[in-house]
Design a protein around this ligand. Sequence first.
Ligand code: GLY
Ligand code: MN
Length: 462
Amino acid sequence: MFSKETYAARRAQLRADVGSGLIIIPGNHQAPCNYTDNTYFFRQDSTFLYFFGLQREDLVGVIDCDSGEDWLFANDYDIDDIIWSGALPSVAELASTVGVEKSAPLSELQKTCTRAVLAGRKVHFLPPYRADITMQLASLLGLTPEGVAQRASMPLILACVKQRSVKSAEEIAEIERAIATAYDMHVGAMRMAAPDRYEYELAGFMEGQAWMNGGPVSFPVIMTINGQTLHNHDHSHKLTEGRMLVMDAGCETPMNYCSDITRSVPVGGHFNDRQRTIYEIVLSANLEALRVSRPGITYQEVHTAASRKLAEGYRALGILKGNVDDIVAAGAHALMMPHGLGHMMGLDVHDMENYGQIYVGYDDEVRPSTQFGLGSLRCGRRLQPGFVVTDEPGCYFIPALIDKWRAEGMHRDFINYDELEHWKDFGGIRIEDDVLITDTGCRVLGKPIPKTVSEIETTMAM
Ligand code: GLY
Ligand code: MN
């Protein structure tokens, strides 16, 4: 945990930004997997972690903007809890570790909420992403489940986004800790990527490395020789020479700060000519994004700059034709990259997307595009020092999409469909780094993970 002063300062800032009313921030509950007592791994809610820092289940934090008080509501462990789950400090003791002076059982939370509703006070809460939290808020506030979704507080969403978007030095240090583990995950898996091994062996290794460093993976590992499927969680295939292996995986520290790294490597350790050609195109887009990222530019513009590099490469290869700016403006290159360049990262691997991704990635100035590809960019807004974003261009030859566009005559002026036929069996490549926006530019976070063709070939030979 950070110091109690960190959490107190975050709550004070939130109170000032929201202005008035009662802010309710529920922590998560245990979630049953296949029967009540067999639960999924417990993951605390990230907003609760940000403002209250505590890992126990069934906690509710309350920030009263009008009285200036912070509260932690929960029931102390009873003897049954202690027998099965172990003794814990009391709720009052837990509260004091994060600078909260007032605590009470959950029955008191109900009274606090009822009083606030009857007095006509504004009660702020975030849109819940779990059904049990929806039901808890409905019951506390006398709402229907549908009413909970409709009554989520826009001032609270915007205040949380404002604060959590800019990472402090101690948060950056945590993220770099998560990337240090991702280094071990990726370099170890690269060295295992020999023919006749199975994807699940490498995926299992990665997950083990994450746990060996104290935290879970930050999302289910993507480890696939079919990288043309963007989020491929099928790990059943045997690795075969000639395939690119896409490894998209990161971890969380014990405090739940994330890493999210992608490397794509040739099974067996040597790039063939086709693999090297596509890899260098994707790498040029990744590097271009790093070259142009700085405060003041929008991430939509960074996406476009990286897209230009992709289009240049495809034009040289003969699969695209025409003027590069026209190709990018029309979105023809998105046939090979139907996703955006990146997203915010922090306590969530896609940071704060539970608030509604549009509030995190866009604002009044920069609105999302409706164009295929660019429309999937999760963060388009103007960059500020302290933002942490991913830089993850890719190239995917998706046979079903190529066939569909060809049949529809999409972008015939820009796409050489006959040439593209030769690439339909290639698979995919993605390269992803986690990037801090600094005062003057940007910095790839963490110890550098092998990324160039020669760095990857050298690493895989060791
Ligand atoms: N690395 C997975 C994603 O960003 O969606
Ligand atoms: Mn990512």
